[in-house]
Ligand binder design. Structure first.
Ligand code: URA
Length: 189
């Protein structure tokens, strides 16, 4: 698909989510829908959990402290935010940054699947257990992080969440090491 078609389809999908009435309690408390940003023709999509305070205010995913760390790890493998696409499973900020509820993740899943179908990435990187749970059910992040998984014809790389790893030295190092596997995985796809 031409990039301009993908941009148009993503715009339509964004409007569709806004009009859908999905998670009305979250929508009522959020500033705005945080849909996703980056290159609609990207080979990789990164999928996080849900917008936090900064993301809710700015309307973009991963713009706070976790996003800064993510940008550093991307730079470490020679990528910029413009090279990838980034979004979250839940697209409205949960109040007080609580974990998204299972039914909230389920409610957003069909929209996430449409978003993925428009972008057609070679690799989906899940950040943390919330996006992994909906896309790769039944796995434990502590056991599978950094291991590429093929599921229903799509290749995934489950990683720890950058926010969880930010202030945990061991997990931070593990996440950096797992991240460094991305170029070789992409190369093979
Ligand atoms: N954490 C997430 O999972 N997503 C964001 O957009 C920001 C922080």
């Amino acid at each position: 698909m031409a990039i301009s078609d993908a941009v148009q389809q993503l715009e339509k999908l964004k409007s569709k989510i806004e009009a859908s009435g999905v998670t009305p309690e979250l929508a009522a408390q959020a500033t705005q829908l945080v849909f996703g940003t980056g290159n609609p023709g990207a080979d990789i999509i990164f999928i996080g959990e849900a917008p936090g305070k900064n993301e809710d205010l700015q309307g973009e995913p991963f713009v706070g402290a976790a996003g800064k760390f993510l940008n550093e790890m991307l730079a470490g493998i020679g990528l910029k935010r413009e090279d990838i696409y980034i979004t979250n499973i839940v697209k409205y900020r949960p109040p007080h940054n609580r974990d998204p509820l299972p039914e909230e993740k389920t409610a957003f899943l069909p929209f996430l699947q449409e978003q993925i179908a428009i972008i057609k990435p070679k690799l989906i990187v899940t950040l943390g257990r919330h996006s992994m749970d909906v896309l790769l059910p039944g796995l434990k992040i502590s056991q599978v992080h950094g291991q590429p998984k093929r599921y229903k014809g799509q290749v995934y790389l489950p990683l720890f969440h950058p926010a969880a790893a930010l202030y945990n030295g061991g997990m931070r190092q593990t996440l950096i090491e797992d991240f460094s596997l991305i170029p070789a995985i992409l190369e093979k796809l």
